[in-house]
Design a protein around this ligand. Structure first.
Ligand SMILES: NC(=O)c1ccc[n+]([C@@H]2O[C@H](COP(=O)([O-])OP(=O)(O)OC[C@H]3O[C@@H](n4cnc5c(N)ncnc54)[C@H](O)[C@@H]3O)[C@@H](O)[C@H]2O)c1
Ligand SMILES: O=c1ccn([C@@H]2O[C@H](COP(=O)(O)OP(=O)(O)O[C@H]3O[C@H](CO)[C@@H](O)[C@H](O)[C@H]3O)[C@@H](O)[C@H]2O)c(=O)[nH]1
Length: 454
């Protein structure tokens, strides 16, 4: 029986390995983590990650051929294939601070693998890493082990949160990059065989290592670029009376452009887009390509502009002051169908409103009060570290309260900001909400979920 171990039981490691276990009953899958709390949560009845369909997949295989464990050394040492899906945060100090990927966690994972390995292994990069990381990993592994052969593969993950299970069940493509040697090709085939249990062969792409590593950064840059393009257009629409939804629809009807990822919004969030583009920008700079770096940097600048433009619009519409006014924030997660708040635009919007002395009352169906308070107090990029290494919970910001539902959040508010496109916000009783608000009452829809006419 093939044995697999995954270092990192997060948003990627947990769901990905659970789906592999489900689709490959002949493979033993163990997911390990340095955070005991994370492993406990995976072994409990209530998973820490809210992801439609995940619960069901985990319950079908946990205890059968899927195990969550803190015994990292044992399971890494026994595995034939080791996936590494650990944090790759943006560096906050030293060389490349604010842009480059911090590979501390990856490096310590590689050193651990080298230390405990007693047999040959395939090591799979699942985390998103800078191009040519595999070269560094190879050196660490080969210089720290005795006579053991390691094959490094790049197998970036393309799942999106909220649709992770669907994306894993039927991916647009699975990408596997490996060394162009006999052993490298054999390792690629071994991983291909795993995915071939459920992914059609023409969707499994194999490339060289550097193409696979770079394709992940490129894919996210292209996706985020579409959002910044439509968001830039939204500013022009607001200035000219055009409707951005109509413009996006008309543009997307061109089959060369396509309709997806053209929803104007308060800005993109999530743990990947900003981090990966900053990483790409840094790699371009290091390779002497400032023009290319500046091109991609602009995608982030427009995203920051969109978030601050939203705050300015709220304040200027409300007679240039929101001081002591109650503003209801509907939605805090970075998108619907997830409780994840990493880099959510809601953080910047709330901070902007707090800067203008607003009182904020927040409702999100999946985000806890503790998480919201932590997010509003945390420094940029600090969220991307293992839980037990993150700063301690700060004292709560007293101008921020968290409500149980949208109606409670909106009661006595002067304005409402819709920051996540949760389906339930489309069908709220806005007449009831209007009646409970201060007048004049304002709605700022950062996700185009309400019908402004009605
Ligand atoms: N979240 C996504 O949707 C997504 C999608 C594709 C790729 N990625 C990439 O995948 C990687 C992981 O992302 P994530 O969202 O799962 O992060 P996460 O923070 O949810 O999970 C990472 C886990 O790794 C653990 N960890 C850190 N160092 C470790 C070590 N040395 N040994 C064992 N465990 C260790 C942490 O405790 C944490 O639980 C990142 O590189 C990210 O950019 C994320
Ligand atoms: O038309 C759109 C589409 C998305 N968004 C926003 O963009 C952000 C990212 O959304 P999405 O890409 O759906 O979610 P992620 O989970 O961040 O997934 C992205 O990042 C992952 C991590 O690298 C990749 O694996 C996925 O392929 C890639 O879609 C969210 O804030 C969305 O609200 C928009 O504003 N407009």
């Amino acid at each position: 029986m093939v044995k697999m171990c995954c270092l990192g039981a997060g948003y990627v490691g947990g769901p990905t390995m659970a789906v592999i276990a489900l689709k490959c009953p002949d493979v033993e899958v163990v997911v390990v983590d340095i955070s005991t709390a994370r492993i406990d949560a995976w072994n409990s009845e209530t998973l820490q990650i809210y992801e439609p369909g995940l619960d069901d997949v985990v319950k079908q295989c946990r205890g059968r051929n899927l195990l969550f464990s803190n015994d990292i050394e044992k399971h890494v040492s026994e595995a034939d294939i080791v996936f590494v899906s650990v944090n790759t945060p943006t560096k906050t100090r030293g060389l490349g601070a604010g842009k480059a990927a911090d590979l501390t966690y990856w490096e310590s994972a590689a050193r651990l693998i080298a230390d405990v390995a007693k047999s040959d292994k395939i090591v799979v990069e699942k985390s998103t890493v800078p191009v040519r990381t595999a070269e560094a990993i190879e050196k660490i592994l080969n210089h720290n082990s005795d006579g053991i052969s390691f094959q490094i593969l790049s197998n970036p993950e393309f799942l999106a949160e909220g649709t992770a299970i669907q994306d894993l069940f039927s991916p647009d493509r699975v990408l596997i990059g490996g060394r162009e040697t006999r052993e490298g090709r054999r390792a690629v085939e071994a991983l291909k065989d795993v995915y071939a249990h459920w992914v059609p062969e023409d969707r499994i792409l194999t490339t060289n290592l550097w193409s696979a590593e770079l394709s992940k950064l490129a894919a996210n840059a292209f996706l985020a670029q579409r959002i910044s393009s439509v968001n830039a257009m939204s500013a022009l629409c607001e200035a000219t009376g055009a409707n951005v939804a109509e413009v996006a629809y008309a543009v997307g009807k061109d089959s060369r452009v396509g309709p997806k990822f053209l929803n104007a919004s308060v800005g993109f969030g999530g743990s990947c887009f900003q981090k990966d583009i900053l990483n790409l920008v840094y790699i371009c700079e290091c390779n002497g390509l400032p023009e290319v770096a500046n091109y991609w940097k602009q995608v982030i600048k427009i995203n920051d502009y969109q978030k601050s433009r939203f705050v300015n619009r709220v304040v200027s519409s409300m007679f240039n002051t929101v001081a002591n006014k109650r503003i209801a924030v509907l939605g805090f997660a970075f998108k619907k169908d997830t409780g994840d708040t990493r880099e959510t635009p809601a953080i910047d919007v709330c901070k902007g409103l707090l800067g203008d002395q607003a009182k904020i009352s927040i409702y999100d169906p999946q985000v806890t009060e503790d998480q919201i308070q932590r997010d509003l107090a945390m420094n940029k990029f600090d969220w991307d570290h293992p839980l037990h290494l993150q700063p301690m919970s700060p004292t709560a910001i007293k101008q921020v309260s968290v409500a149980w539902d949208a109606y409670e959040a909106a009661k006595d508010a002067h304005g409402i900001c819709i920051l996540t496109e949760w389906d339930e916000f489309k069908t709220l009783d806005y007449t009831r909400i209007y009646e409970s608000m201060q007048k004049p009452a304002f709605v700022f829809d950062g996700r185009n979920v309400v019908d402004p006419e009605s």
